[in-house]
Design a protein around this ligand. Structure first.
Ligand SMILES: NC(=O)c1ccc[n+]([C@@H]2O[C@H](COP(=O)([O-])OP(=O)(O)OC[C@H]3O[C@@H](n4cnc5c(N)ncnc54)[C@H](O)[C@@H]3O)[C@@H](O)[C@H]2O)c1
Length: 500
């Protein structure tokens, strides 16, 4: 990501209404218990990739002051502390997040650790009296995401916001208003697309060493403590955890959560769907990763279905370019009777008629990540989250988990068996047909590398549980790691929910 210039900030702050934020900041900071000059004192946690980007934003974001950094990897921590020093910013450095939370000189934390830590770190921050911005996805599993939402209700004086940044997109809001006004007619379906090249991460034999600079007990936190089983170009610990169920949820929960959130938002669905079903697998190479690189998850909302497609393989074997669905590679298509909306990865919207003629183009004011970060500073000032509410992120994150749960409970089948099983499910059938073409173009022989067909899972949205007649499947789904994990002391997620 490019460094944020002052010009970008001005654009972003206009979009987020931050002009009032700047003028009123001393008074509100006093109310919020901020620093003497009114700046919100920020600590960034988990600073290797995305956290490093947050840190750089807070080097010079008006209204905020970077005061602390935290990372379980001493090498990452030292590098970032030095980078901050190079900008003339002296920060407190922590390896243990619990110590950072004891620091009374910090008002708000920005969490960019791996997913398996997100909900617990959010809850601990609220309990420690800090405001919090937590990266997407909100949770590693549905139960923990719910606890974070309930914790935020328990601490209403604190601000809690999620890093699903498209929620700050003014033009998505405009497009939603356009659709809600009926200008494109009735909604027929929403399709989230995550066509993003994901390379082979290599194959190891046995447990891999943890670098001496990493406190692996802290890094693992609430996940099960097991040695790393990967050692690709990113090493044995960082980034590639995305492709292991103990920590992440594959690309549907990584890049895909952004498009899932936009798709559900555009559909106007305020909860979970009555059922979900997935088809997919990991194709094209053999490596250590566990999560699928090809997945279709269909969410059967009553009004209109939400179809989500993940593709990690390119357009064709030997290429790096990715295929498209209409204009989208990573994006959302909302199909209505009279035309459709395409939302790009960066949150820009184009409206088309059904002959693909452009009706309107709506462009964001600036980089959407920076607009969202500005929204956070404003939310802390105003003590009110407008964009990026935890509940929205929780629901969309839960959709990703549900798609993965169906996949995990699935069985490998031949393409003809799958075709038969999904015969009466038009959206799944259509997406699967295109998916087979895509796999063929990548020389994947579907009869040798079989695809996994997940069961159709019925969902009780109020209880956030799987229900239905087939008790074996229901029990297995509710026991899934992505529904609720055992946890690991002393990193246990507190229960904020009444027993159901
Ligand atoms: N909003 C977005 O567009 C966006 C973009 C990229 C990544 N992300 C999210 O940001 C998060 C981080 O992604 P990444 O690619 O930077 O991962 P990464 O593995 O490269 O970096 C994570 C860092 O967190 C540190 N960490 C782990 N446990 C810790 C702990 N207990 N205390 C302190 N530090 C700890 C690690 O040592 C590492 O330096 C992910 O959840 C990802 O989904 C969001």
């Amino acid at each position: 990501m490019k460094n944020w210039t002052r010009k970008d900030f001005l654009k972003a702050s206009l979009a987020a209404g931050a002009v009032g934020l700047l003028t009123g900041r001393r008074l509100s900071a006093a109310l919020a218990g901020g620093s003497a000059n009114g700046d919100i004192r920020i600590g960034v946690v988990g600073i290797n990739g995305q956290g490093g980007s947050h840190m750089r934003t807070y080097f010079d974001l008006p209204g905020a002051k970077l005061v602390a950094l935290c990372d379980a990897d001493e090498a990452v921590l030292n590098k970032c502390v030095q980078e901050a020093a190079g900008k003339g910013i002296k920060v407190s450095a922590y390896r243990d997040y619990r110590k950072l939370l004891e620091d009374q000189g910090i008002d708000a934390v920005v969490i960019a650790t791996p997913n398996h830590w997100h909900s617990l770190m959010t809850i601990w921050a609220l309990q420690a009296g800090k405001d919090v911005y937590v990266e997407k996805p909100l949770s590693h599993n549905i139960w923990e995401g719910r606890q974070a939402v309930e914790a935020a209700k328990r601490y209403p004086n604190r601000v809690a916001m999620a890093g699903t940044q498209n929620r700050s997109s003014a033009d998505i809001k405009e497009a939603i208003a356009y659709v809600r006004a009926g200008k494109l007619g009735k909604i027929q379906w929403a399709r989230g697309l995550c066509y993003k090249l994901r390379d082979n991460i290599g194959q190891t034999v046995g447990p891999q060493p943890v670098p001496a600079t990493v406190d692996y007990d802290l890094w693992t936190g609430p996940a099960a403590l097991t040695p790393p089983r990967r050692n690709g170009s990113r090493g044995s610990v960082h980034y590639d955890w995305h492709w292991f169920w103990n920590y992440g949820g594959g690309d549907i929960s990584n890049q895909g959560i952004h498009q899932m959130d936009v798709a559900r938002w555009m559909l106007g669905e305020p909860g979970l769907p009555p059922s979900v079903m997935s088809v997919g697998g990991r194709f094209g190479y053999q490596d250590d990763a566990e999560t699928p690189n090809t997945l279709i998850s269909v969410y059967h909302y009553e009004k209109a279905p939400l179809i989500f497609e993940v593709r990690g393989l390119p357009m064709k074997a030997g290429m790096r370019a990715m295929g498209r669905y209409r204009a989208a590679q990573v994006g959302v298509i909302l199909q209505c009777e009279g035309g459709y909306a395409h939302v790009s990865e960066g949150g820009n919207v184009t409206l088309y008629d059904n002959d693909n003629k452009k009706l309107q183009f709506l462009a964001n004011a600036g980089n959407i990540s920076n607009v969202h970060r500005t929204s956070f500073v404003k939310a802390v000032r105003d003590r009110k989250v407008i964009d990026g509410a935890l509940i929205e992120s929780h629901l969309s994150t839960s959709l990703c988990h549900l798609g993965n749960i169906s996949h995990l409970l699935g069985a490998e089948c031949s393409n003809s068996e799958i075709g038969e099983a999904i015969r009466s499910n038009e959206p799944t059938q259509e997406a699967f047909g295109r998916c087979l073409e895509h796999l063929k173009a990548n020389d994947v022989n579907g009869e040798v590398t079989k695809t996994r067909l997940g069961p159709l899972l019925a969902i009780d949205g109020a209880k956030e549980k799987i229900v239905g007649q087939e008790s074996k499947i229901v029990e297995a789904a509710n026991r899934s790691l992505l529904m609720k994990r055992e946890g690991r002391a002393p990193f246990l997620v507190p229960n904020f929910q009444k027993a159901t």
